[in-house]
Design a protein around this ligand. Sequence first.
Ligand code: ATP
Ligand code: MG
Length: 281
Amino acid sequence: MARAVEAASVREMGGAAFAQVGLEAEGPQPAHATRLAVSHVNLYYGDHHALKDVSIEIPEREITSFIGPSGCGKSTLLRCFNRMNDYVKDCRIEGSITLDGQDIYADFNTTLLRQRVGMVFQHPNPFPMSIYDNVAYGPRGMGIKNRSELDDLVEESLRRAALWDEVKDKLKASGLSLSGGQQQRLCIARAIAVKPEVLLMDEPTSALDPISTVQVEQLAMELKRDYTLVVVTHNMQQAARISDSVAFFLLGELVEHGPTAQIFKAPRDRRTEDYLTGRFG
Ligand SMILES: Nc1ncnc2c1ncn2[C@@H]1O[C@H](COP(=O)(O)OP(=O)(O)OP(=O)(O)O)[C@@H](O)[C@H]1O
Ligand SMILES: [Mg+2]
């Protein structure tokens, strides 16, 4: 209900809503190269056809948001990007997904793939170890053992995750001792410590308070200078605030994908409009 009200107000306010969140309603967008290209992907969980002939291009150094009602396949597609669905029994995928032109389902080292495509989940999930070790975990796994090199990476990652000032004096404290919002920023620091190219975020703020939400949104907008971000969100105002483009999914289908202002102000498909105005979902 809250989502419907938010969505409706975004639409009714038209251009004003976008002025408020600093978006240009129209005009040329900087063209970015395609980082991930999804072509005719069908995904099945056993007999359940969860993604239906999905094709989408994800440009580098932009935020692409996935929206749509519960169960429409947003997380499923996100998990295809780093082959997390490989762990799901009876999951079968057809079609192709390329990262910088290379098919990730062909002969591709999945450890390397998950370094290049990092993920942040809905509920902050720090490892039960110190703040320092949480961030150093990935780099250590990549073979970085030198203490000062690790120190630098930990500091740089925590700074980029806008958490350094809050934790610099307690790096040995458990990651689990932090607040929810701090834990989520720690998870972002952990994800970026291995210098991925793509960062996937599945409802990264749904468990956070409004202040932490704003911090994570600001962080996402900072990070897109260097990274490609794909964010799943149920919060339409968040999608309007942070995304360069928005993809709307319904029942496993990609209904439409376009610049954020176009999707909210002038959706091409009736189903997108019905969803945004709260008529279903
Ligand atoms: N591991 C799994 N095994 C079997 N079916 C699954 C599995 N994961 C997801 N599904 C099914 O696939 C469909 C898409 O699920 P998915 O989690 O991608 O939806 P979603 O759009 O992320 O939903 P939400 O907004 O609720 O997170 C749903 O019908 C779901 O029940
Ligand atoms: Mg989901």
